[in-house]
Ligand binder design. Structure first.
Ligand code: ZN
Length: 509
């Protein structure tokens, strides 16, 4: 059943969702096509639309309708209705607490901090970015003081990306990861030189594109409802389940770049494309706290799907046993002397490097843990912004045994903090852990998947993920979705077993 007030809630949320999807269109355009000179006006346009969305959300009529609908529906409320009302209620209370002038100050600070970051990174000059970072941290602390005054600042921020997760739970998770990954990286380092030379040749960019996209389609990324463009920082964004865009970047001298970035973003895209269309324009396809139109239920869950297709499938031996011949054929004269074993080793090279986005499956998480520890220290005041570059370099030395040559490849490498994404890095590792859990559950529950993968047949894996993950959109929170699909809470065992087996065999350690 439904009631008038519930229908009014649905209509308001549909309006908000439309605005948020328009924001996505403008964001996609800004990152793919817009001339740089358009940035100032675009930032104003996006801020205006965000204010409009927030205005609909904090209109007292909406809160009144939510309360009325709750009473009217009572125990008859369906799961969708309950989840919708709870999501709207939580978002209303979140946004009501934040004073309008703080929302505006934060929006403006993001614009100027990102510009300052671009220039500081270009000039390798942390000093010009430092005041912007300090200001951003102050603003984020201020937001947290309104939205969750009774919780630690880090938990309040983390909640916006990964509801329910806390810094203390992360610490436990990260300790377990470090205990295995640290010694594994050290053991691999002793085995000698990296083996990625075969990937470093001139590879025709249009052929890179055709190969990568062809595979993404076979994974399940539907090009009738999507498209692939080029962007300096690859990303996925959707305007509805029927229009889910992905981007990649090409390095003509390195094959590893575009291929894995395309599959990564296709994994994000597949998640969005297979959300239940019944949830279109609803609270189940809108992050009403982050004011972002998305069907995936948390940052970590989203990342679990990009990593599953990119790494667990795309970097597996079974995958390349099937598809390596196609790759050799796509680049005549370049790979025919390289056997599949050599190629498989090349794409799974483990080398400590200063740059997170270029890191392999093993060292990657040490980059995330380092950022988490520094973020916590910055937010609780035990680390000052001026001391950050030194702390960064020392942490790099301690965890990965190397020192960045400069701040460009050190503390200035990521856009996140300048964009206001403080507390978001851990979701990359959470996603990786979840990916292994989903993948293991799929193989356990549907034994045919393994042999299908060995034949290059992806529909059974896609089908399992559609059934247990994608179609639900935001109906369940990440914890509940994971438990329903795998029978467990977040647990790094499957991931640790995967990396230990795979890289133990690859490096004989
Ligand atoms: Zn991703």
């Amino acid at each position: 059943m439904t009631t008038r007030s519930y229908e009014r809630v649905e209509r308001t949320v549909a309006t908000i969702n439309d605005v948020l999807n328009v924001i996505n269109v403008l964001t996609w355009d800004a990152r793919v096509h817009m001339p740089a000179a358009g940035a100032g006006a675009r930032a104003e346009q996006l801020a205006t639309l965000t204010t409009i969305a927030k205005g609909h959300l904090t209109n007292p009529a909406l809160a009144a309708d939510v309360a009325r609908a709750q009473t009217e529906l009572g125990a008859d409320a369906t799961l969708v209705q309950r989840r919708t009302l709870a999501a709207v209620r939580e978002a209303v209370s979140h946004h009501e607490r934040i004073p309008d002038d703080l929302t505006e100050r934060l929006a403006r600070a993001k614009g100027t901090a990102q510009q300052a970051w671009v220039e500081a990174r270009r000039d390798d000059d942390f000093g010009t970015f430092a005041p912007h970072l300090a200001r951003m941290l102050d603003l984020k602390r201020e937001v947290a003081s309104y939205t969750a005054p009774d919780r630690p600042v880090y938990d309040a921020l983390l909640h916006e990306y990964e509801p329910g997760m806390t810094a203390s739970a992360l610490r436990t998770l990260f300790e377990r990861l470090k205990a295995t990954l640290g010694p594994l990286v050290a053991a691999i380092a002793e085995t000698g030189a990296p083996r990625a030379e075969v990937l470093r040749q001139q590879f025709d960019v249009s052929r890179q594109r055709a190969f990568a996209l062809g595979i993404a389609e076979r994974f399940g990324y539907d090009l009738r409802r999507g498209r692939l463009d080029e962007a300096p920082h690859p990303f996925e964004i959707s305007f509805s389940t029927n229009d889910v865009r992905i981007t990649t970047r090409y390095d003509p001298a390195f094959l590893g770049q575009s291929v894995f970035a395309t599959w990564h973003e296709a994994g994000h895209g597949i998640y969005e494309q297979y959300a239940d269309p019944a949830y279109a324009r609803s609270a189940l396809s809108s992050d009403l706290i982050g004011l972002y139109a998305v069907s995936g239920t948390s940052y970590g869950t989203h990342e679990s799907q990009s990593r599953l297709w990119e790494n667990l499938v795309g970097r597996s031996r079974a995958f390349w046993d099937v598809h390596y011949g196609e790759l050799v054929y796509a680049f005549p004269g370049q790979l025919q002397d390289v056997d599949v074993e050599t190629f498989y080793r090349a794409i799974n090279t483990v080398t400590p490097s200063p740059i997170r986005v270029e890191a392999d499956e093993v060292t990657y998480h040490l980059h995330v843990i380092l950022r988490f520890e520094l973020e916590v220290a910055l937010l609780d005041g035990s680390l000052g912004v001026d001391d950050l570059p030194g702390a960064w370099d020392e942490a790099m030395q301690a965890t990965l045994g190397l020192r960045p040559r400069n701040d460009r490849e050190g503390v200035l490498q990521d856009i996140h903090w300048s964009a206001g994404l403080v507390g978001a890095f851990p979701t990359y590792t959470i996603g990786t852990v979840m990916a292994s859990q989903f993948f293991a559950a799929a193989l356990r529950n549907a034994p045919g998947i393994q042999s299908d993968l060995a034949r290059g047949e992806y529909s059974s894996l896609l089908g399992w993920l559609r059934e247990h993950v994608y179609r639900h959109a935001r109906l369940h929170g990440a914890d509940e979705l994971l438990r329903n699909a795998t029978g467990s809470d977040l647990d790094p065992s499957a991931f640790l077993e995967y990396v230990t087996n795979k890289y133990g065999a690859l490096y004989d350690v």
